[in-house]
Structure formats: structure tokens, C-alpha cells
Design a protein around this ligand. Structure first.
Ligand code: LHQ
Length: 258
């Protein structure tokens, strides 16, 4: 079995991190495979949303620590530059919404991969740990960028320094997670969520993502300008025409993603 699985149905690319016996900790092969699966999702016209979850009881325990101390391993200098950072960049730049469906523990880079996704949903029994401080590392994989922006500097600072485990209810309350579903219905509900996104105007969602990608760095003035530019592009799509037409005709819109 591959360490990352990809299955496309109903216009959703279901990506499963698949090293359940290691709580889906990433070795080099797995990180590179996730990159190539994201590339496949990006290139496929059949894919309109991406759903990332973990096999078994965890989402991902971050970097496989056995590989870090393996003399034949990739070496510290490659783990971020070649393995995790490209994953984070691909998730932020893929022209489709990416849902992290956190089904269990998400630790270290595993948590921060979830936080860089467009929407994070979690099962009631899931948990989040900025595990890095416990082994003398700093939070990586975009964690120091996204987490303070999601939950505020103070709370991010505390979680990163203490390495405290946060349960799903608290994660939702803090703003790390959009929705929590009960364990019994998590798989079904989170998939329905990704399927609903796949039926939305894909280009419009991509323009929204582009605006959000810039929001933390742009001035107010530049952000208004960017909204104007992106809105012109959104208004030029067939989906916009169909959306307005369907509204006027009091029927459900049928979007084509273009
Ligand atoms: C693991 C792991 C794991 C290997 C569970 N590796 N086997 C960037 C730059 C360079 C270097 C390092 O990393 C990074 C990015 C990072 O992600 S750093 C942070 C790395 N992750 C961690 O420090 C988390 C380590 N794991 C844990 O603290 C616990 O496993 C958690 C709290 C996630 C879950 O605890 P439990 O539910 O009690 O499960 P467990 O500890 O029993 O784990 C189950 C198995 O998975 C076990 O294997 P075994 O053969 O004994 O059954 C663990 O050894 C293995 N595993 N995480 N990261």
C-alpha cells in the first residue's frame, strides 16, 4: 500500500495519509508522494475540491522521528526545504479548496499541515499538539505563520511553548477549526462538506483564496485594489453568469467550474 492514497469521486480528491501504524508520521517518501498527489489534484479537471485525512486513529504525528536519527535518512537540512515546505506551498497555491479532515491526533508538522488548509474540520475525539518544543525544535511547516493568525499571538505562543494538547472542542473555540463533527458521523459529514464545496464555483473560490493569501501582508489600500481585480475576473466566469441567472429564475445553480 502506498503511504499516501488518492481516490477521486464526485469531483472530490480524497487524499489519505496512510502510515496508520506510525500515526501517519511523515517519512521522506510519504512527503514527496503527498506533493505528487497534490500536483495530480491540481492538474485534474475532474477535481474541484481536495480532502485530506488520515488512515486509522490519527491524522498525522508530523515528521517521522526515527528517520531524523537514521544515518541514511534525508538529513535535517532537507526535511523542510524538500519535504514539508513544498507541501505547504502547494496547498496554498492549488486552485481548488483544500479541506483538512482531522480524524485523530494532529501533532507537529501534522497539525501545521492541517492549519494551512483552506478549511479545517475535526472529529470530536481529535486533538492538536505543537509537539516541537518537547523535542527542542521550533514550530515549522507554516505553523509560526498560520497559527498566530488563526488564534492570536498570545494563544499561539503559549501552545507552541508548552506543547499542550488541545482537544477538538477547545480547538473550535480557539478558532483553529471550523467545525467539529461527532466521531460516528465524522467521515460522512466531512465528506459531504468537501462534496458541497466541489459543486461551488471553483474559479470564484480560487479568487477568494488568492485574496486570502495576500490579506496578511497587503495594506488596506492594496487589498481593496486586489479585491477589485479579482472580482473582475470572477465576474467574467460562466459560473457568475449562471449564479445570477439561477437566482433570477429561482432555481438551483449548476456551476461548471469555469
Ligand atoms: C511515531 C511518531 C513520530 C515516528 C508516533 N515519528 N513514530 C521538522 C524538521 C526536522 C525534524 C523533525 O521534524 C520536523 C517537523 C515535526 O513534525 S517535529 C514534531 C514531530 N512529532 C512529534 O514530536 C510527535 C511525536 N508523537 C507523539 O508525541 C505521540 O505519538 C502522539 C502524542 C502524537 C500520540 O500519542 P499516542 O496516541 O500515545 O500514540 P503513540 O505514541 O503510542 O504512537 C503510536 C505509534 O506511532 C508508536 O509506534 P509503536 O511502534 O511504538 O507502536 C509511535 O512510536 C509512533 N509514532 N509519532 N513522529
Amino acid at each position: 500500500m502506498e503511504s499516501v492514497l488518492l481516490d477521486v469521486s464526485n469531483n472530490v480528491a480524497y487524499i489519505t495519509l496512510n502510515r496508520p501504524e506510525k500515526l501517519n508520521a511523515f517519512n521522506r517518501e510519504m512527503a514527496l508522494l503527498l506533493q505528487s498527489k497534490l500536483d495530480e489534484c491540481s492538474a485534474s479537471a475532474e477535481v474541484s475540491s481536495v480532502y485530506i485525512t488520515g488512515a486509522g486513529k490519527g491524522f498525522s504525528a508530523g515528521q517521522d522521528l526515527a528517520e531524523v536519527i537514521d544515518p541514511n535518512g534525508p538529513g535535517m537540512e532537507k526535511i523542510l526545504s524538500e519535504q514539508f515546505n513544498p507541501v505547504i506551498r502547494k496547498i496554498r497555491t492549488i486552485e481548488k479548496p483544500v479541506v483538512a479532515a482531522v480524524n485523530g491526533v494532529a501533532a507537529g508538522a501534522g497539525a501545521n499541515i492541517a492549519f494551512c488548509c483552506d478549511i479545517v474540520v475535526a472529529s470530536a475525539s481529535s486533538s492538536f499538539i505543537q509537539a516541537f518544543s518537547k523535542i527542542g525544535l521550533i514550530p515549522d511547516s507554516g505553523g509560526t505563520y498560520f497559527l498566530p493568525r488563526l488564534i492570536g499571538f498570545q494563544k499561539a505562543s503559549a501552545l507552541m511553548m508548552t506543547g499542550e494538547k488541545i482537544n477538538a472542542t477547545d480547538a473550535e473555540r480557539l478558532g483553529m477549526v471550523y467545525k467539529v463533527f461527532d466521531d460516528e458521523v465524522f467521515s460522512e459529514e466531512s465528506k459531504k462538506f468537501a462534496e458541497a464545496l466541489a459543486q461551488m464555483p471553483t474559479r470564484g473560490l480560487w479568487f477568494t483564496k488568492q485574496a486570502l493569501n495576500k490579506t496578511f501582508n497587503n495594506s488596506f489600500k492594496r487589498q481593496l485594489k486586489l479585491e477589485d481585480e479579482l472580482q473582475q475576473e470572477a465576474a467574467a466566469t460562466d459560473d457568475f453568469k449562471e449564479g445570477v441567472k439561477a437566482f433570477m429564475e429561482k432555481r438551483k445553480a449548476e456551476f461548471k467550474g469555469r
